[in-house]
Ligand binder design. Structure first.
Ligand SMILES: Cc1ncc(COP(=O)(O)O)c(C=O)c1O
Length: 389
């Protein structure tokens, strides 16, 4: 049987990983500035995470949500403390799309309304409502097309006010990534996020922060929205939550009431996933990773700003993007092939850096040195090419 060929892949077989380093089957070492797509939060194969999962595996891996699962309550307690949202409620699921699907559905149940406000260049996942709220027609199947989603320009306060004046009382939810990931690391302004809070309050709509990529400490605060000093009604989380063990969830404000049967999942919140998620939070706390992400991210950003050739360096903490001009278009490809560094991309010309929150300053320096060296090479080749012409 063949695999269903939907992923454009690099011809590299990673067989071992530790912290921010990974190794292929030939023993070649790679620096992971991509965090396996923002998933690796506390570093690959962190010993505490391995121990926690291993110990849980010997006790029980799974039982359905029809019985008491105390480790879910332990996770909720810890998450409430570390995120500073102690009075919120936790619903557990398995992925980012599922988290957003449940968030949007819950907003609709809560308000009795249908309209969702989303933003241009947003990405919220591939399940039916999440993909409908994603601004990329090529991944929306005909069956997922709906009139219920409106896409407004990102960071455009006037457009948001105008829409709410016209149709605010029909809006179930506004969903936004406080830092757009797939869209190219675009940071929502503080004013824009505060305006979303106030229009949602005025019209009793639900404010959903999609923190699947930018949340869980990556920005230097637990949620990227925390930088704007406002609270969302629902936060969706996934990637960094399990450090590679599949788990997602939503944090739900106290005024949104649950009802039996309203949401549900077979695998969500299983013992093993909760053990992985608890290990992540324990390491974030023990190793003060929010402060480290802030400090190392600022250092990386400051150093990137000194490099001639790359443009518009932006982000927070360890979610950083920059534009690559046409003359350096092979930069990402060469970083991987020649310097053995994984980075992320956002089409058409953005490099995304999403390393583990545990990345060391020495590893950041190693990356910067490789980046500068490759930029020099590409510029030299460009000059030689233009002389030859
Ligand atoms: C902001 C955001 N939301 C949702 C998702 C979907 O998450 P998943 O792939 O776990 O379904 C992603 C994935 O890249 C994302 O970046």
């Amino acid at each position: 049987m063949k695999l269903f060929d939907v992923y454009p892949i690099n011809n590299i077989n990673i067989v071992k990983a530790q912290g921010s380093l990974v190794w292929d089957d030939k023993g070649t070492e790679y620096l992971d500035m991509y965090g396996g797509h923002a998933v690796i939060s506390i570093g690959h194969t962190h010993p505490w995470w391995v121990k926690r999962i291993e110990e849980q595996l010997h006790k029980i891996a799974f039982y359905s949500n029809s019985v008491e699962i105390p480790i879910q309550k332990e996770l909720a307690e810890k998450l409430g403390t570390i995120s500073g949202k102690k009075d919120y409620q936790l619903f557990l699921c398995n992925s980012g799309a599922e988290a957003n699907e449940n968030a949007l559905k819950l907003a609709s149940f809560h308000t009795g309304r249908k309209k969702i406000v989303s933003f241009k260049k947003s990405f919220h996942g591939r399940t039916s409502l999440a993909v409908a709220a994603t601004d990329n027609k090529s991944i929306v199947a005909p069956v997922n097309e709906t009139e219920n989603i409106v896409f407004l320009p990102f960071n455009d306060e006037e457009a948001l006010k105008d829409y709410f004046e016209k149709a605010g009382n029909e809006v179930a939810a506004v969903i936004i990534e406080p830092v757009q990931g797939v869209g190219g690391i675009t940071v929502a302004t503080k004013n824009f996020l505060q305006l979303i809070r106030s229009v949602c309050d005025k019209h009793n709509a639900v404010f959903i922060a999609d923190e699947v990529q930018c949340g869980y400490g990556r920005s230097g605060k637990f949620f990227a929205l925390d930088h704007a000093n406002v609270n969302a009604d629902i936060y969706s989380m996934a990637k960094g939550m399990g450090n590679g063990f599949p788990i997602g969830g939503i944090l739900i404000a106290p005024h949104i009431q649950p009802k039996h049967g309203m949401l549900g999942t077979t695998f969500g919140g299983n013992h093993l996933a909760c053990a992985a998620a608890l290990a992540v939070l324990e390491v974030i706390e023990q190793e003060a990773l929010l402060a480290q992400a802030k400090q190392n991210g600022q250092y990386l950003m400051d150093q990137l700003k000194e490099i001639d050739g790359i443009k518009n360096i932006r982000g927070f903490g360890l979610i950083i993007g920059f534009d690559v001009p046409d003359e350096l278009k092979d930069l990402r490809k060469n970083l991987l092939a020649k310097h053995h560094v994984f980075t992320g991309e956002a089409k058409p010309n953005v490099i995304r850096l999403l390393p583990a929150l545990t990345i060391t300053k020495a590893q950041i320096d190693d990356f910067l040195q490789k980046l500068k060296s490759e930029i020099r090479e590409l510029k030299k080749a460009e000059i030689a090419h233009s002389i030859a012409e």
